[in-house]
Ligand binder design. Structure first.
Ligand code: COA
Ligand code: NAP
Length: 291
């Protein structure tokens, strides 16, 4: 029976899908941060298209719970590996476990990330470093480990999860915007260098996605337009919409696409509010609770 009470591991209700059910038949995908939120839903959508998955993050309880829900709902296999994307040895070990369990890795989704709302003048050296370490170095670590251990000889697909914060000077997001901008750049350079080895690497940039930790961290504050008043499509996105786009980018349906960032945000980065007038209100709220 599906457990849809915990938002982190909520399955898609009445899933229909847009693509052929066997689109990822017998493929194997690693999804970092796949036990919760957007990563969990990407794993769900992949598994509903006949893919086996490896989900990897820091907390064993979350991983085990997510894997059981995913396996029960889809009938596919989901291996869990505890690791911190900031630690290269743990990342390499995770890739080795994936290979010894499934024998191959067709897809890597670099989804793990960390974020919080903080004015730049209150960021400690370590606060900035922590977010860059998780997002940027974590993405490189997993990418390099999968390349060295498997994809350099067999090809494959890498999908980075970025954001749209870096397109404008988004307030209170200096750390995350810097980290995600580096991921966009990494995507393009690796696409050029590794295309000849049969590796496609793209980026998916979500806008505000409902029912996620990312939005919980920023919502409640004026910064995030949860009602969609300033979003051209008039609402936040859903995890399913990110999952479907990830499926497209991971599958043969996108076989001639590499080095691209696909923005899935209802047009919001172009129109969302982002001013220091608004920031006054946010600062007042932040002084009451540290998010
Ligand atoms: N504002 C300012 N600084 C903050 C902060 C906040 N809200 N939260 C953490 N920091 C600082 C800490 O003070 C610390 O710096 P210091 O050593 O100079 O004091 C630094 O960031 C690291 O914090 P720590 O809690 O030790 O890091 P961690 O590795 O345990 O956790 C986080 C990383 C902070 C990103 C944590 O929020 C996390 O694990 N997030 C994962 C989930 C997530 O963010 N999801 C949304 C994805 S978009
Ligand atoms: P989330 O549920 O918090 O997902 C982040 C995942 O990363 C968690 O499962 C977390 O698990 C894992 N993680 C964090 N630090 C890690 C580390 N050091 N090593 C290994 N795993 C780590 O948040 P989300 O909102 O779904 O975000 C998913 C992705 O979408 C992120 O890349 C985020 O930047 C991007 N995004 C989200 C939104 C949005 O609206 N939500 C918008 C733009 C971009 P543990 O803590 O257990 O390790």
């Amino acid at each position: 029976m599906a457990d849809n009470t915990d938002p982190d591991t909520a399955l898609i209700e009445n899933y229909q899908g847009f693509f052929r059910e066997d689109l990822l038949k017998n493929k194997v995908a690693i999804i970092t941060g796949g036990a919760t939120g957007i990563g969990f839903t990407i794993a769900e959508v992949f598994m509903r298209h006949q893919c086996d998955t490896v989900i990897a993050s820091r907390k064993i309880d979350k991983l085990k719970k997510a894997a059981k829900i995913l396996e029960d709902a889809t009938g596919r296999r989901c291996l869990t590996v505890v690791m911190d994307v900031r630690k290269p040895q743990e990342v390499v070990h995770m890739v080795e476990q994936a290979l010894s369990h499934f024998g191959k890795i067709d897809i890597l989704v670099n989804n793990a990330a960390g974020n919080f709302l903080a004015p730049a003048n209150s960021l400690s050296f370590n606060a900035f470093k922590t977010v860059v370490d998780i997002d940027t170095l974590g993405t490189f670590n997993a990418t390099k480990a999968v390349y060295d251990k498997y994809m350099k000889d067999h090809g494959g697909v890498i999908l980075n999860i970025s954001a749209t914060l870096q397109y404008k000077g988004t307030i209170f997001q200096t750390h995350a915007a810097s980290a995600k901008a580096a991921i966009d750049a990494m995507t393009r350079s690796l696409a050029v260098e590794w295309g000849g080895q049969g590796i496609r690497i793209n980026c998916l940039a979500p806008g505000p996605i409902e029912n996620t930790e990312g939005i919980r961290k920023l919502a409640g504050l004026a910064l995030t337009d949860t009602k969609g008043r300033y979003i051209p499509l008039g609402r936040m996105g859903t995890r399913e919409e990110i999952g479907e786009c990830a499926l497209f980018l991971a599958s043969g349906a996108s076989s001639f696409i590499t080095g691209t960032v696909i923005v899935v945000d209802g047009g919001s980065w172009m129109t969302s509010e982002n001013s220091m007038v608004q920031a006054e209100q946010v600062l007042e709220q932040m002084s009451k609770s540290r998010l």
